[in-house]
Design a protein around this ligand. Structure first.
Ligand SMILES: O=c1ccn([C@@H]2O[C@H](COP(=O)(O)OP(=O)(O)O[C@H]3O[C@H](CO)[C@@H](O)[C@H](O)[C@H]3O)[C@@H](O)[C@H]2O)c(=O)[nH]1
Ligand SMILES: [Mn+2]
Length: 685
């Protein structure tokens, strides 16, 4: 490229800029000041003092509680370590700003092709309407449609999902021009139409209704098909694709299917205003019981091969079937990073933050998204690190296919699928179907280089996968040594150690209450932004997550390590029944299932309740005040735990909706908690 980095005689302006969050300690975006710095130093000193105290006062071998004391020391050591990890991502938070006008000004004629992958896996928990909405949102991105291709991977191999996708081309003819004309946001029709519109512009209101009508028809059509659980005869006859679904096809076992629903170069595939529609492809990769399908990673892998035959775009963007971009220009934002003349070649992928749009004010389930997105991800970025979170990521196809970074390589943006210009749709389908076969990867590097990345299900799956990375040769602390800054490596570890952190937390929730009941002191004698509720909810959920999901993940990892079990991928449900939604609106937590998770939570809650009551009794009636004083911190610790668990007691004693704790869980927990309470008596009397 002639005159690289220079436009005319002036130096070229960058396509993105980096902004440092002012001050060094970004605990919270706005309040960055000396007070916070002071706070973190005090916490640090506090942690050190606790550890010193523990070491100096280890009970002698004859005294009670020596092992418990040592255990608490270990737990506190771990918490201290964890706290230091979390600090690493708070000292160098940066934000990136893009300049899309400059991008278009300099690259209008050489914008690259973009292949968007949408993954779906189960037609019951990921309803076809949901999938089709995500697909439509991707088709309607504000980007030249002839450069856009949307691929859907259906791991559920469901003809209902296929049917829903056949509807997408029709509706997109209304939807895409409407979006472009009125700069609609978000571009998922469902999300858009459920919003309240308040416009006096008559033309807009008319067109709004004119688009909503076919949307409703499409939605109802899909709904009735799903309810009937089968495709009507006359529908089947309309598309050759249905012939793939014969009696032998099941979710676990079937041949590969590739159907091009809109061929991008088909000049008849245009919207209502005569503009070309983006390419749309349905794929269900082959599944055979004897081949491991590697879950979502396997799906992405198959999609990248299939798409290489059809559109072969330089940029790959992946979305989960329940997600959509809330910004119409997301693609251009990503391109500002890839196409920056100075630094673009150093960028292998661009990850956008993932958010949920129905979080309530007090965030009852304490989704850590805000902290992750606004601080931790940006904090790791400050050290030159980047998270890959799955959906919402843009990759260079080349780096996804294993090309190694080289200082001088710039890549060629205008590539694309010219090689396919001569082939017919049938030929393309045939060629790419082979690529979605299980055996295609045999003895090749496909899929071997890709690591299978592995609410409660999500927490467990994540913490499990992350802990696996910690134990693997890719552990950032070691693998990144000399390549990535220490700050980033520590930052990655904040997540990787979720699962093992469950042990010290459980220890803290079980041992001190038991010793309190028995009157043995384990603590020194007493000498304590967002809504308070949000913070409080956060502490509660953090405790519960550690004690359940992360614990399960920890155990699963250990059993896997010893070859006793295999990786699984439990897909998160994307629909909730109305009752549940109503309770969620009122910020009431769900406990209404008899899973082991709730038994553990309730047992711990009861244990702490019993112990606090017993402990308070001891402190009040203890004649020797010095002995009682040592118990006061216990009472406080258990008291705080009890207060954190108030919603659990409510769900047990007060509530009578369907989200309350089932009696089977209650009985189990009472028995276990009572037995645990008797333990100190059995041990020490
Ligand atoms: O065998 C499978 C299993 C899952 N999926 C798809 O993978 C996506 C993620 O599954 P989901 O159950 O929704 O997981 P979440 O925990 O909600 O997803 C988060 O966590 C995943 C990793 O655990 C990331 O890949 C996602 O991008 C991220 O949003 C969904 O679109 C699924 O359809 C498949 O395609 N094949
Ligand atoms: Mn999901």
């Amino acid at each position: 490229m002639g005159g690289y980095g220079v436009e005319g005689n002036k130096p070229m302006q960058p396509l993105f800029e980096t902004k440092q969050v002012k001050g060094r300690v970004a605990f919270c975006r706005k309040s960055v000041n000396v007070k916070k710095c002071f706070k973190s130093s005090t916490i640090y000193v506090g942690i050190c003092l606790i550890l010193v105290y523990r070491l100096k006062h280890i009970p002698s071998a004859e005294e009670h509680g020596r092992w418990a004391w040592t255990g608490l020391f270990m737990a506190e050591l771990w918490f201290g370590f964890y706290w230091i990890l979390t600090q690493s991502v708070r000292w160098n938070v940066i934000y990136r700003v893009t300049f899309k006008e400059r991008l278009l000004h300099r690259n209008a004629d050489k914008l690259p092709g973009v292949d968007i992958f949408v993954c779906a896996a189960d037609p019951t928990i990921e309803p076809p309407t949901l999938v089709v909405n995500t697909v439509l949102s991707a088709m309607a991105y504000n980007y030249p449609t002839e450069k856009l291709s949307v691929y859907i991977s259906d791991d559920g191999c469901s003809e209902l999902t296929f049917y829903a996708l056949l509807e997408a081309p029709h509706f997109s003819k209304h939807w895409i021009p409407f979006c472009k004309k009125f700069k609609v946001e978000p571009r998922s029709p469902e999300a858009y139409f459920t919003r309240h519109i308040d416009s006096k512009d008559i033309i807009f209101v008319q067109e709004w209704s004119a688009v909503k009508k076919p949307y409703k028809e499409m939605k109802n059509g899909i709904k009735s098909m799903v309810e009937a659980c089968s495709i009507r005869r006359e529908m089947r006859a309309q598309h050759k694709g249905f012939s793939e679904w014969n009696s032998k096809v099941s979710k676990q076992e079937h041949q590969s299917i590739v159907q091009i629903l809109i061929a991008g170069r088909d000049t008849n595939a245009v919207d209502n205003t005569g503009h070309r529609l983006p390419t749309l492809v349905y794929m269900a990769r082959e599944k055979r019981p004897q081949w491991h399908h590697s879950f979502k990673a396997g799906a992405i892998n198959a999609l990248s091969k299939v798409s290489s035959q059809i559109s072969n775009a330089n940029i790959i963007h992946s979305l989960d079937c329940d997600m959509y971009s809330n910004n119409l220009d997301t693609i251009k934002d990503a391109l500002c990073f890839f196409m920056d003349e100075e630094r673009g070649h150093k960028v292998s992928y661009v990850q956008f933050p993932q958010n949920y749009n129905n979080l309530k004010k007090n965030n009852i389930y304490a989704s850590p998204r805000k902290v992750i997105n606004e601080i931790e991800v940006a904090g790791v970025d400050g050290y030159g690190g980047a998270f890959y979170c799955g959906m919402g990521c843009f990759h260079r196809r080349e780096s996804l296919c294993g090309r190694k970074y080289s200082k001088n390589y710039r890549g060629e943006w205008k590539r694309g699928a010219q090689k396919n210009a001569e082939r017919t749709v049938d030929e393309l389908e045939e060629a790419s179907t082979v690529l979605a076969n299980c055996s295609y990867e045999k003895d090749t590097l496909w899929g071997k280089e890709v690591m299978t990345a592995s609410t409660n299900i999500q927490d467990k799956r994540w913490s499990e996968g992350l802990f696996q990375i910690l134990l693997s040769k890719y552990c950032p602390l070691l693998y990144g040594y000399g390549k990535v800054k220490l700050g980033a490596r520590l930052g990655y570890c904040v997540y990787l150690v979720w699962a093992p952190t469950s042990s010290p937390m459980l220890y803290y929730m079980i041992v001190p209450p038991l010793f309190l009941l028995h009157g043995i002191a384990l603590f020194p004698e007493l000498s304590c932004g967002e809504t308070f509720k949000t913070w409080w909810n956060f502490e509660r959920m953090w405790m519960m997550r550690l004690a359940t999901s992360y614990l399960f993940a920890f155990i699963d990892n250990l059993t896997m390590l010893f070859g006793l079990s295999e990786t699984t991928f439990a897909i998160t449900a994307k629909v909730a029944d109305e009752d549940v939604l109503k309770r969620y609106q009122h910020e009431i937590i769900e406990f209404g299932s008899s899973s082991l998770m709730f038994t553990i939570i309730l047992t711990l809650a009861l244990l702490n309740l019993f112990s606090s009551v017993g402990g308070i009794k001891k402190v009040v009636f203890n004649i020797e005040f010095r002995a009682a004083a040592g118990l006061i911190p216990h009472v406080i610790l258990c008291g705080v735990t009890v207060m954190l668990h108030v919603p659990v007691y409510e769900a047990l004693f007060v509530r009578n909706d369907k989200g309350r704790i089932p009696s089977s869980v209650m009985f189990k927990s009472i028995i276990v908690a009572s037995l645990a309470c008797l333990m100190p008596y059995l041990l020490y009397n």
